[in-house]
Structures are given as structure tokens and as C-alpha cells.
Ligand binder design. Structure first.
Ligand SMILES: [Zn+2]
Length: 415
């Protein structure tokens, strides 16, 4: 039962005891005897407005009931409305009687200016009353609903909310609209405004990048990199929970992650040899296949130079032409070029230059780095020729051509 904290002045206790003594004096001994014989007994009846509202069998209970009712009423109505002024106590015969608590409730129920209703407490402090607990809950639910969205997983008030049916003054009563306004989280003017805490979930698909596994190839250079198997990114579903106060995010954390698809590693082969694949080896391979149709040096011919600065290797138009050694392409020219036709020059790391002439197509560009054996062109008949062949020169110091066969081992007949 709601027990107000304030006490009562001693003067009222004195007044009530005086009244009770007079009631006691009215109980005659014959009545007590008659009651004992009939099965009834004497008890104290408390009346409000001439109507008995309750009985108790002992003086102690009567005293306690009135004292309790007085204490509650003093808080609600003030000290100048003692209960004893509005009730009458008489002696009566009865076969049954109530207890002190029941009598307190009965007295308070009959006091004007006091109602027994559900009271909303916020953090233990009574805030307002309504005619039913359902009405209060409807207001509270309405406030929570205002901040509840499709992805809301929980909604509550940050304050401790309680509903207790107790005695209060009618001025505590509110309509639903009034209570809603008092508690409105966005009503800055209300000291009773509540704070709604919600938890919202959000899902997002996240790309999980694949890892790369490297396998070292002892026979390849460090700049040689070959993808053995392609990597594939994975997919992950992240579920995030965000805590909001009155709809505004306060904190957020990852609540769980579900792998939708695991990533697949990329496997890459990387050369273990120091240097580059395009580094010059200082050795020269035959740049194409075919038959040597003209050697180096002086010759008697109808077309071209009589002092032949290279060798001619004859084959079909379109036959592969390879870099004799690694290096950088310093010329990749189409046109006549002084009878060379379409031609390529490669400078090797030791300063030596190789030259490839009469090409039908050029597959590299000036500035490219090429490795020994790289396909650089196709054999043709451009420039000053009588038939398709590759004119190939080696210039060890970069300018003076020498007999290439001194640098090439084996024969060009690979087929
Ligand atoms: Zn030639």
C-alpha cells in the first residue's frame, strides 16, 4: 500500500484517542455477554456519511487503519483534512470483521478528493494517473511506436517505468493526450519527457577480396609473373545493430557476419631469378627459320648492296621473326628506309645492335623492352628485295656490322 512519508502532528493523534475512548465507554458489559452467547462479537464499525464502510475487531487494528488512512490523506489532501473529522466510529455486534488494511482502503475509498487509480511512475516518481492501466500502456505504446521502424528489433524507455494502483488526488488524473504530451520525448518543455531507446538492424553485402598465393619459379626472372589460376572475390553478409535514442544513432556494432561465398585464392607464379627476362644474355639466337640465301660481305648481285652487311634468311611471307637477344627496341619503322623496308633495331645491354629488315609486319614499338626469343615481326618483302626474306645484321659496337654467323650457333633451319 502507498505510504506517504510525511507524519502527522501529535495534536491529531490526541484528538482521535479522545474520541475512541468515548466510543469504548459506550460499550456496556451486557452487550458483550449477549454477543458471546449469540456467536457474534463486539467490533468497531467505521462509517462515512452515515454508512458503515468497514469493521475491525480490535482497537489496535482500528487505530492502525485510521492512522494509515490519515497518513495517506494528509499527503493528498493536506494536514488540515484529518480522517477522523470525516468518519464516525461506533461499536457494533458482528459475526465477522475485516482487517486493518481493508478498513484503511474502505475509508480512503469513501473520502472526497481521493481516487484509487493506476499511477505512472518514472524512475520511481509518480507522474500522472489515468482511469485504467490499459490507458497508460496505450500512451506508452504509442510513444514507442513512433520510433519503431521496419528494422527495429527492440524499443524501450531509458527510464524505469512503473504502474501502481494507489490513492492520489484527482489533480493527478490526465487524459491520454495530456499524458502523451507530458511524456513526449521531443517535448523539450516537459520535465517528464521520456527517452526511447531502439535497436535497429541493417544488413549489407560486403566484398571479401581474395588472397594471392605466390609460387616461385626457379627458371623465370623476377619480373615474370604468370597467373596460374584466377582469384575470385568472396561475399559476406554483415548484420549491424545500431542503438538509437529518440531515433538518433548513438552507437553501432557488428552483430554477426555470414559468409555468402568464400573467396578463392589467386595462384601466381613469380620468377626467382634475379634481373629481368628482357635483360640481354650476351648470346644470340637465330632470329627466324629458313635458308641462308645470301651471306655476309662482298657479293655479285643485281639488287641491293654489293657489300652485304648482314645475312639473308629466306622463307615465306609471315614467318615469325624473333629478338636475337633481350634489349630495348630503338627503331620500329615502316617505309623504304633506304632499301631496308619495314625494319626493327634492338639495342642490347652490352651496346650491340641487331637489325631486322624487309618485314611484312612489325609487332613491337620503339621503346619496348623485349626478351630473347620474343616474337617481334613477320618476314616480308618490303624495301629493296627480289623475294621474301629476313635481312639480319649484328653491330657489336652499335654501328659497324659484322658477320652474324660468328655470333649465332647452329642453323636457321628449325623446320
Ligand atoms: Zn640482305
Amino acid at each position: 500500500m502507498f505510504r506517504p512519508e510525511s507524519g502527522r502532528p501529535d495534536g491529531k493523534t490526541v484528538r482521535r484517542r479522545a474520541l475512541l475512548l468515548s466510543v469504548m465507554a459506550g460499550l456496556c458489559a451486557s452487550c458483550v455477554i449477549a454477543a458471546a452467547v449469540s456467536g457474534s462479537f463486539v467490533c468497531y464499525a467505521v462509517s462515512c456519511d452515515g454508512e458503515i464502510v468497514g469493521t475491525v475487531s480490535s482497537r489496535t487494528e482500528l487505530d492502525a487503519a485510521i492512522e494509515e488512512a490519515d497518513a495517506v490523506a494528509a499527503v493528498i489532501l493536506g494536514e488540515d483534512h484529518p480522517v477522523i473529522d470525516t468518519v464516525a466510529v461506533t461499536a457494533t455486534l458482528s459475526s465477522s470483521s475485516g482487517n486493518a488494511d481493508e478498513l484503511t482502503g474502505a475509508i480512503l475509498d469513501n473520502l472526497e478528493g481521493i481516487v484509487h487509480v493506476p499511477v505512472l511512475t518514472v524512475d520511481g516518481v509518480p507522474v500522472a494517473a489515468m482511469d485504467s492501466e490499459e490507458s497508460i500502456n496505450a500512451v506508452l505504446d504509442g510513444l514507442l511506436a513512433r520510433f519503431t521502424r521496419e528494422n527495429t528489433i527492440s524499443a524501450r524507455f531509458i527510464q524505469k517505468i512503473g504502474i501502481e494502483t494507489t490513492y492520489v488526488g484527482p489533480d493527478m488524473l490526465r487524459t491520454g493526450a495530456e499524458l502523451a504530451e507530458m511524456l513526449d520525448p521531443e517535448n523539450q518543455d516537459s520535465p517528464c519527457r521520456l527517452t526511447v531507446v531502439t535497436e535497429e538492424t541493417a544488413e549489407s553485402l560486403v566484398t571479401v577480396p581474395y588472397d594471392t598465393q605466390i609460387i616461385y619459379d626457379e627458371n623465370a626472372y623476377s619480373d615474370e609473373r604468370t597467373i596460374i589460376s584466377e582469384g575470385q572475390n568472396g561475399r559476406r553478409l554483415d548484420v549491424t545493430v545500431t542503438v538509437c535514442e529518440n531515433g538518433l544513432a548513438v552507437t553501432s556494432c557488428l552483430s554477426r557476419s555470414v559468409t555468402v561465398r568464400a573467396p578463392v585464392d589467386e595462384v601466381v607464379s613469380v620468377g626467382a631469378l634475379p634481373g629481368s627476362r628482357t635483360d640481354s644474355k650476351g648470346t644470340y639466337i637465330w632470329p627466324t627459320t629458313g635458308k641462308i640465301s645470301s651471306g655476309f660481305g662482298s657479293r655479285a648481285i643485281k639488287v641491293g648492296s654489293s657489300n652485304h652487311k648482314g645475312i639473308d634468311i629466306a622463307n615465306d611471307v609471315g614467318t615469325d621473326v624473333w629478338a636475337a637477344d633481350g634489349g630495348v627496341v630503338i627503331a620500329a619503322k615502316t617505309g623504304d628506309n633506304g632499301g631496308y623496308g619495314n625494319m626493327i633495331k634492338i639495342r642490347h645491354d652490352n651496346g650491340c645492335v641487331t637489325l631486322y629488315a624487309h618485314l611484312s609486319s612489325i609487332l613491337v614499338s620503339e621503346g619496348d623492352r623485349v626478351a630473347q626469343g620474343d616474337l617481334i615481326a613477320e618476314m616480308g618483302r618490303s624495301g629493296n628485295v627480289t623475294g621474301p626474306h629476313l635481312h639480319f645484321e649484328i653491330r657489336p659496337n652499335g654501328s659497324t656490322a659484322v658477320n652474324p654467323t660468328k655470333y649465332l650457333s647452329g642453323k636457321p633451319d628449325r623446320e
